[in-house]
Write a protein that binds this ligand. Structure first.
Ligand code: FAD
Length: 391
């Protein structure tokens, strides 16, 4: 195996071959970092990169270091902001808006927010703590009823999701990578197959996001629960800039199971109320449910009263794959020693994309082992206080 030669010679002298399956943010960033390590890499997806069924689709994603007591992801998120800025400079495309993020701590359920404030203080991450009265002055778009306090992270913001994937794929091609179309499947032994033949390379990274569970019914399905998420975009009032990203932050409202993003590039205000929903990844029409429309409208009426009477101008029906502890997955397949499984979304992978891809590439070429938290075995549910995502 060339990978053995790599171990003897180091990657500077070797061009070994890798295949990355799945061109969402996890796969495209991994492929880019493999190519930049001098690895001859092929990136394969079922559909056109950037397609609307992938979890990495849509205009934007929140990027924030707020991760409860978890220092690891806090550090990764801070590093990712810098990486997104570098990618922005390199591509000349707008990928990151620093609009800040506001976490609304519901009275009586502030464990995760309390833990985040302690972590930020310990790590020197800039943040403000606002009382409900201060929220009403600083961000009058929000009605703080039921909120005990808010944490505001000014260096947080949004990354442009669909555009970020396309930028990574483009940079990957410029680094010499090859992009292919194909539906990779597994046989009864979870061996990878493409067009009826085994898929073989020194290294295969499988980054198929929410589809990973069905590809690996024994290895991944037990630790990957896929949930549908409905997202609505609401128009902003005539002549008002109050809901634009210049004047309004992204927000997370755990007590209401909700989060959102201000209007950016004309999108309207994005609001998601997470109602755990089933989804057939391949067969479902990607249309919003009527129940969600009503729930989101009533949430907006309460929390963003300035948007009452506005119209829904866009919507997305997408999915997240949750692991029990909401940690990502970066681990070798137990039976196929050249197959590295990379993903585990848990609703927070996008922002970490550039650092995640670099990390996975390093594990793939065996520069270092994976982190314990990313191993497939030994997963268990964490309390909201312990959980990096607050879920
Ligand atoms: C509504 C919503 C809001 C979110 N908000 C945030 C946020 O604010 N911040 C944040 O950081 N994260 C957020 N997330 C999570 C984040 O978007 C995901 O964690 C991330 O995009 C997952 O990327 P991925 O590459 O693992 O999966 P995907 O983007 O789904 O990519 C998987 C790719 O694999 C391909 N594929 C699948 N099966 C096969 C196969 N058999 N053969 C070949 N190709 C295959 C698919 O076509 C797809 O392109 C959100 C997610 C959703 C749905």
């Amino acid at each position: 195996m060339q990978i053995t030669r790599y171990l003897q010679e180091g990657y500077s002298t070797l061009k070994h071959e890798a295949i990355v399956v799945g061109a969402g943010i996890a796969g495209s960033m991994t492929a880019l970092h493999l190519a930049r390590r001098g690895v001859r890499t092929r990136l394969i997806d079922r559909w056109e990169p950037g397609h609307s069924r992938a979890s990495s689709t849509d205009y934007n994603r929140v990027i924030r270091a707020i991760h409860g007591r978890d220092e690891f992801y806090t550090r990764w998120a801070r590093e990712s902001i810098l990486r997104w800025m570098e990618l922005q400079a390199e591509t000349g495309q707008k990928l990151y808006y620093q609009c800040g993020a506001l976490i609304l701590a519901t009275a009586g359920h502030c464990d995760w927010e309390d833990a985040t404030a302690e972590t930020f203080t310990r790590m020197g991450v800039p943040f403000y703590r606002f009382s409900p009265d201060e929220i009403a002055v600083r961000f009058p778009q929000f009605d703080p009823t039921g909120i005990s306090y808010a944490l505001y992270e000014p260096e947080a913001g949004m990354v442009m999701a669909h555009r970020g994937v396309l930028a990574a794929v483009d940079l990957f091609k410029k680094a010499g990578g090859v992009v292919d179309r194909g539906h990779v499947v597994t046989d009864e032994n979870e061996r990878l197959m493409l067009n009826g033949k085994p898929l073989e390379a020194d290294l295969v990274v499988v980054a198929t996001g929410p589809w990973m569970g069905e590809m690996y019914p024994r290895t991944i399905k037990p630790i990957s629960r896929v949930v549908g998420v409905n997202v609505l975009y609401t128009s902003t009032p005539d002549g008002s800039t109050a809901f634009d990203h210049d004047n309004m932050p992204c927000w997370i409202d755990h007590g209401q199971g909700s989060f959102g993003i201000p209007s950016c590039e004309g999108s309207g205000v994005k609001a998601a109320v997470v109602i755990p929903d089933t989804i057939d990844l391949d067969k479902d029409e990607r249309l919003i449910r009527r129940e969600t429309l009503n729930r989101t409208r009533s949430y907006i009426r309460r929390r963003l009263p300035g948007l009452v009477g506005q119209q829904v101008v866009d919507s997305k029906f997408n999915q997240i794959a949750l692991t029990p502890d909401t940690h990502f997955i970066v681990d070798w397949h137990p039976a196929h020693k050249n197959v590295l499984l990379a993903g585990g979304c848990s609703g927070h992978l996008y922002k970490h994309g550039p650092v995640f891809g670099d990390f996975v590439a390093g594990v793939g070429v065996r520069d270092y082992g994976t982190a314990d938290r990313f191993k497939i075995a030994g997963r268990k549910k964490l309390s909201p206080k312990e959980s990096p995502s607050g879920r």
